[in-house]
Design a protein around this ligand. Sequence first.
Ligand SMILES: NCc1[nH]cc(CCC(=O)O)c1CC(=O)O
Length: 317
Amino acid sequence: MSGTRKEIIIGTRGSELALVQATTTEGLLGEKFPETDFRREIIKTTGDRRTDVSLANVAKAEGIFDKGVFIKELEEALADGSIDIAVHSLKDMPTVLDPRFILAATLERAPVKDVLLSKASGGLAALPQGARVGTSSVRRARQIEFLRPDLTLLDLRGNVPTRIRKLADNDEYDAILLAEAGLVRLGFLPERPAGDAETVTGHPQVFATRLDESEFFPAAGQGAIGLEIRDGDDASAVYAAAINHRETWIKVTAEREFLRLLDGGCHTPVGVYSCLEGEEISLYARVFPEEGGTPKTGEAKGPDPLAVALELFQSLK
Ligand SMILES: NCc1[nH]cc(CCC(=O)O)c1CC(=O)O
């Protein structure tokens, strides 16, 4: 194929989830471009080094704007040419990128829900008063406060297997929240629930309750993999475009545009998800006021993801 190269270097973080996502990316590329050699470069990010403090504090301490903690070093590697394509969890990518880089493609999305992992069955409603819930996400914390104001929130850091072990092996938490996508990709849960009282693979004492997105709103881009390249790198753009998943791209374009409109430099906790039926996109969001209090919930529909995002943004302002 014209414009392709002999070797492409894929950059990824070293967490188990990141490596699975890199393997998925390499598999799709290898099928489409059997002549090209895909090499992998593992890069440690600030978010991986600083597991001692909360994510918000990592960002502050390191002078990195918000979500940059998992992508900064990958972007540096893109910039100096030591990698060509950076593989990210899309929800870890800022909605506005440094102009040297572009989001070139998104891969088919995994399940988008958040999951409550708990030591007793029955999900969120069955947690006793005051139960301790671990999460490092402000979005998840605010939703828990809204749905169950009596619960106690505790910070929880570490990659997915570490967080599961912290719940399973200690008495520090009664429950934790994780993304369904990470649990499915790492084999902790099947793609679809097998039965009513699900447990985590390898941890028969840990129950998993998939929280419906209309009640517990996921992060923009949750479950999707984003491929970032240098702006102007036409060869890498050809590779990325060849494995882009169109439906996912349309949905995450709407979700990320909504987040971008809302952000404007602040850090409003927001959950958002979308559905695509034919060419019509439906976008649903729940926005928590920064100063606390009751969230606003809204929806918008239409054929154009950017217009739908703008309409929803204006209706919730
Ligand atoms: N910020 C960490 C992170 N980034 C992406 C995922 C899971 C995969 C995804 O949502 O795409 C996770 C872990 C989690 O939220 O449980």
